[in-house]
Design a binder for this molecule. Sequence first.
Ligand code: MG
Length: 256
Amino acid sequence: MKLRHLILLIAACMALAPCMAQTTRCQTIAHRGEWRSEGSAQNSRTSLQRAMDLGIFGSEIDIWLTRDDHIMVNHDDKYQGVSLQDASFAQCKRLRLGNGERMPQLKHLLRILKRSKSPTRLIVEVKPHRDPMRSRRCAAMAVNEIRRRGLEDRVMYISFSIEACLTIHAMAPEADVAYLEGDRTPTSLNHMGINGIDYHFSKFQAHPEWVGEAHRLGMNVNTWTVDKPEDIRAMKALGVDYITTNEPARCEELIR
Ligand code: MG
């Protein structure tokens, strides 16, 4: 009788296991940090700190390489009339964000990450520079800087630039790297050694089979930028691993 109960219990656990894995799998990534609260700004020190305070899985940033090889953190290339990829560091270091902070360099955010005991990872997006060689160089410098600080396990990389993705993979084969453009199948990326896809959610609405295809290949699936509750629920139901959102607190509530 006891053995029968044990067998029934094991069978029930095995039946529930896929559902449990599904519910614990989906995680929140704050798009450009948690920047919508008072006193914060996109890609700022504050937005990273506030994402970490939420205890969510990740906080995303965007990086550009200045012409004299400093890594600046900002979404757009052009900011207050300055093109980050064309400017010198001397021009960029004077730029201020909407909340009054100076525009950070990658190293400033890595310092915050290093000091913190938060589980939040930094998701580093290498922006596609006009010259693909600069995208490669930006990626390579970021990998070196992150490695030098011993933060390899607390960082993931994303990029629209396939050159940047391939550079990161070649330098750090163990790193999580996801391609953003949405124009390649998981299988084709897997053949190149890229171990993640991070596509706009409309791509997964058009190709829901890519989620399972990526998972069968052992790849991570991230989606951006998902802010509406119905879209967050739909992406969770589809089985993505990460949801990148401008509403991290709300997303976290919805997926838990
Ligand atoms: Mg980005």
